[in-house]
Design a protein around this ligand. Structure first.
Ligand code: SF4
Length: 703
């Protein structure tokens, strides 16, 4: 019997960052523990990481490539070889490309999990295909892009240095831990007892510990941020030295902030004026202070201006690039992303993006998924033309559940001539495919996490065991597919060669990387004192010259969301939460996680439930102007009686495939819309603060 403990990192349950120790016996992983020696996660590991073993051996796991036999969505498949699968992929994509051009193809992906995210973009660029759809317009890009135009880098919270004030803005790292290790770093940071300000519509765990909790009206974060800025400038609480020397546009910004008095902001945010003033003063005067901003602020039609306002707060208060503030995370020396993506092969790419038709910011590398589905749904099933998308490859994504306006997504998928989906299990999206490819989990191949992301580090995820059945990694699939598309010179002999090439500038091999576990860039502060800021003026642009050049307002404002007011038909405001035991729409098939959160739940204040004659635990229908869904009612006093908080990401793997696993029964995206208005810069849909009503449903949602 052979038995050894091996070290790797968790992945694909979120961006992944926690160190894991795995006991491998006779080639099988039998036990998973948190790695207490991991310098980054410091012994932290959540229930998802511990569920890694169930994920590997789950009976629902796809283990062979499958080709559709019956009609789309009927659930009839034949097993095929990888040779046939890869040939089918290559032939169908080449056939469409030769007939209609590369714009007839599309790639669609979920959150970046590993290098495969960028492999798909590389293949698209080599093909000259502009359509790489993703959720970046509602996840990270509003923060990243607005930071880039304002100060030239993505400011991350420096939780490792002493700080005097922590602001959690739309972020609960104890629950979603979005960058893998944030939660544990925050817990350690709070041990120094800094002032804690929490901005969240829910009185969550951090809010209960906070000195000040602003229980904000969902979706009004951008307005509140403008209120903070107004108070800080009116009371001269800004860092005058930094503003004088390192910013442009102060007077333009100050004039633009005049309307956002605490009283005006209070009306739109439900936060009392005195609390707005107190929080703004506390943040501005407790230096150093940091803002940990979360994905929730990127879910409204005001997402770009909200994110920009938070960067302005960091800058005006002198908290950019200071220890204990918001800092520039320098990346380790790795292959440059632009080179890896082969952007040089597709010089007119930005002119061909659908983003251009919608007048979105020209710097996005991907297209909002809704723009792709809208384009396909509008073109119809039988009217192909050179402008129409006919073939799609989906990896690590389940847009039937995670994309806005779920019925539009389904219509788009049904209109495709050819759909291939790579995933670990059959999902509602995979069930509509022509070809389904079984992918490996991170224990089954050498991988690297966080490459291409702006957090200043990468983690090694070395292979521990052989892949189950015939599963192959996403990287491996794309590498082989790319070669069959005629790009042999641009792909690699083995997937491991990809990792060696990315690591080459750092001078270490993958094996050495795996031993180290984590590669970090050098920690630096005040880099602007040597080189200035990477903006056109070399300073923090309080009034952005780039936004002005592209035809947007140069200073922030609030007002793209005027249409989202409640009325008699829809008197409540719906917001959403990601259940902490799942990742977006994934992993509801894992018993160990599902038993912790068995049903989709919508939360409401008990007083409002009583008024509506609703009981805890009963099935309720949530209805918006766009559609409806059913979830179980749960009661909580932690939210405002005018608000309901529903679970996001639900479908029922225990249901029948021919019913598409009841993809639309409890799916919050049946209530969202991909129509205008969206954020004019980023294309963000309104996913929070949706007017709705809640009523008795009768049937509990289940498979
Ligand atoms: S917090 Fe994220 S990286 Fe850590 S164990 Fe949980 S899912 Fe994995």
């Amino acid at each position: 019997m052979s038995e050894q403990w091996l070290r790797t990192h968790c992945a694909r349950f979120d961006h992944g960052g926690c160190g894991l120790k795995v006991l491998v016996r006779n080639g099988k992983p039998v036990k998973v523990l948190p790695d207490t020696e991991d310098p980054f996660s410091r012994g932290h590991c959540c229930a998802k990481g511990l569920a890694s073993l169930e994920r590997i051996d789950h009976p629902r796991r796809l283990t062979h490539p499958l080709k559709r036999k019956g009609r789309r969505g009927e659930g009839e498949w034949v097993k095929i070889s990888w040779d046939e699968a890869l040939d089918t992929l290559a032939n169908r994509f080449l056939e469409l490309k030769n007939r209609w051009g590369p714009e007839s193809l599309a790639f669609l992906q979920g959150a970046p999990k590993g290098v495969e995210f960028f492999m798909a973009m590389r293949l698209a660029n080599l093909l000259g295909c502009p359509h790489v759809g993703s959720s970046q317009h509602v996840c990270h890009m509003p923060r990243e892009q607005m930071a880039m135009v304002t100060c030239g880098f993505f400011p991350v919270a420096d939780l490792d240095s002493p700080t005097r004030c922590v602001v959690l803005w739309g972020s609960n790292p104890f629950r979603t831990n979005e960058e893998g290790v944030l939660g544990i770093h925050l817990r350690d940071c709070l041990k120094q007892n800094p002032v804690l300000i929490v901005i969240d519509p829910v009185e969550n765990e951090p809010a209960r510990r906070a000195h000040l909790h602003l229980r904000i009206r969902p979706g009004s974060d951008g307005l509140l941020a403008l209120g903070f800025l107004h108070v800080i400038l009116e009371e001269n609480l800004h860092d005058d030295d930094f503003v004088q020397n390192w910013t442009t546009g102060f007077h333009e910004l100050k004039a633009a902030l005049a309307p956002y008095t605490p009283e005006t902001v209070a009306r739109g945010t439900w936060v009392e004026p005195r609390k707005i003033v107190e929080a703004a003063r506390l943040y501005a005067t407790s230096r150093p202070a940091l803002i940990q901003w979360g994905n929730a602020i990127e879910h409204t039609v005001n997402s770009a201006q909200c994110c920009r306002s938070l960067v302005l707060l960091m800058a005006l208060t002198g908290n950019l690039e200071v220890p204990g503030g918001n800092v520039r995370a320098s990346a380790p020396r790795l292959k440059r992303l632009a080179e890896f993506l082969r952007l040089d092969h597709f010089p007119d790419r930005s002119r061909k993006l659908l983003n251009r038709e919608h007048h979105l910011i020209p710097r996005l590398l991907t297209t909002p998924n809704w723009a792709i589905f809208q384009s396909i749904a509008e073109q119809g099933a039988s009217t192909h033309s050179s402008a129409a998308i006919g073939g799609m490859y989906v990896q690590g994504a389940n847009p039937m559940v995670s994309g806005p306006q779920a019925h539009l997504v389904k219509k788009g998928l049904m209109n495709l001539e050819f759909l291939a989906v790579a995933d670990q299990v059959m999902t509602p999206t995979a069930a509509l495919a022509d070809l389904v490819l079984p992918v490996a989990t991170n224990f089954e191949f050498n991988d690297m996490g966080h490459y291409g992301l702006p957090h200043g580090y990468v983690v090694a995820r070395p292979k521990l065991v052989e892949p189950r059945g015939e599963c192959r990694s996403d990287m491996d699939i794309l590498n082989e597919w790319g070669k069959r598309m005629g790009f042999r010179d641009h792909f690699w002999n083995r997937p491991d060669d990809i990792l060696e090439e990315i690591l080459a500038p750092s001078g270490i091999t993958y094996q050495e990387f795996a031993q180290r576990g984590v590669l970090r860039g050098p920690g630096k502060y005040f880099t602007y004192r040597e080189k200035g800021f990477s903006t056109p003026s070399g300073k923090v642009e309080l009034a952005s010259s780039l936004l002005r050049k592209w035809g947007y307002a140069s200073v922030p404002f609030y007002g793209n969301g005027d249409d989202f007011e409640v009325d008699e038909a829809f008197p409540l405001l719906l917001t959403s939460a990601k259940p902490k035991h799942f990742f977006h729409s994934a992993y509801r098939h894992l018993t160990g996680l599902r038993k912790r959160h068995p049903h989709p739940c919508v939360s409401m204040h008990p007083a409002r439930a009583q008024e509506l004659g609703l009981q805890a635990g009963e099935a309720v229908r949530v209805v918006s102007a766009a559609g409806e869904m059913v979830q179980r009612l749960s009661l909580t006093e932690t939210i405002d009686p005018r608000v309901v908080v529903a679970d996001y990401g639900w479908w029922f793997p225990e249901g029948l495939e021919k019913d598409l696993f009841h993809w639309d029964r409890a799916n919050i995206n049946c209530l969202t819309s991909a129509e205008r208005p969206f954020d004019p810069i980023m294309g963000t849909n309104q996913l929070r603060a949706i007017p709705c009503r809640v009523e008795k449903a009768g049937n509990a949602p289940s498979g």
